[in-house]
Design a protein around this ligand. Structure first.
Ligand SMILES: [Zn+2]
Length: 284
């Protein structure tokens, strides 16, 4: 057999190299839209990895363009539509859901949120249905009782949310001065849409808890209307917020559309917030 032509060999190598380069660039372009990679020090790829780590039993893999859930079905990361804030709230994809970075630790300057800064309020229903149950009956089947200062609250065991709420209660019970803010809870599980919208609330899945309404400030109760949000108010101590955040919950008091009694299990957003803290606190 004749020896291989060395020129041909190097040409083939070069073609293979450029083919691999093309595939690599194509995959990177799918994972990280140019706008996100240019603007943020927490690229979409890192946000998706945080999402997978936060729900290891539910998200099996992150593929270019899709989350692969444990049951094998795929959820698209990006629906390709350009949306303003209202459109993201109405019909979010995964990318929208992770587009605002929840401020935590040294990234939280304590100032009222800027207009439409609602990290965590944008939710992709498909992700929540996959995590906690696609229907009311399925979500109910995953509820367990969590002891909350002597009362039993239904909370989802999906993603370990029930264990996280128990850990919150264990830390807070050591500080009796805070109890008046915590009880009675205004509710956990309630299969319903967010007021004035067609979107399911995190309460629909038993993954959120409302604290004592006596201290609550909610933009709609304060007379707000879409496009006209009253001045931000809060009467809950920061100490309570710190404990919830430590165990993977975000707080509705950090939203422009504020809801200060509302805490929601979103360990992916806490993890992304910590990444941002280490990288100079980008807000999106
Ligand atoms: Zn709530």
């Amino acid at each position: 057999m004749a020896a291989e032509n060395p020129h041909r060999c190097s040409l083939v190598r070069r073609m293979r190299f450029f083919a691999a380069l093309f595939v690599g660039v194509a995959v990177a372009a799918t994972l990280v839209p140019p706008a996100a990679s240019a603007a943020s020090t927490v690229p979409l790829f890192d946000r998706l990895a945080a999402l997978q780590s936060a729900y290891p039993g539910a998200v099996a893999a992150v593929e270019p363009g899709a989350l692969v859930m444990a049951d094998g079905h795929r959820i698209a990361v990006d629906d390709g539509r350009q949306k303003d804030h209202e459109a993201k709230l109405a019909a979010a994809d995964v990318e929208d859901m992770l587009s605002q970075i929840y401020p935590i630790g040294t990234c939280d300057d304590g100032r009222p949120p800027e207009r439409n800064f609602d990290p965590g309020r944008i939710r992709d229903d498909a992700v929540f249905r996959a995590l906690y149950g696609a229907t009311r009956q399925a979500a109910e089947a995953d509820l367990v009782a969590v002891d909350w200062f002597g009362s039993k609250l239904p909370f989802t065991r999906g993603g370990g949310a029930d264990a996280a709420l128990r850990a919150v209660a264990k830390d807070l019970v050591a500080e009796p001065g805070l109890k008046k803010y915590l009880v009675p809870s205004a509710g956990t599980f309630n299969w319903r849409v967010v007021a004035g919208t067609k979107r399911l609330s995190a309460h629909s899945f038993g993954a959120a808890i409302d604290l004592n309404t006596e201290f609550a400030d909610y933009w709609l109760w304060s007379g707000g209307k879409p496009g006209n949000v009253p001045r931000h108010r809060n009467r809950f101590p920061k100490r309570i917020v710190d404990v919830f955040e430590r165990h993977g919950f975000i707080w509705g008091g950090k939203w422009y559309h504020y809801d200060t009694m509302h805490f929601e299990y979103r360990p992916e957003l806490i993890a992304i917030g910590r990444l941002a803290e280490a990288r100079g606190c980008p807000r999106s």
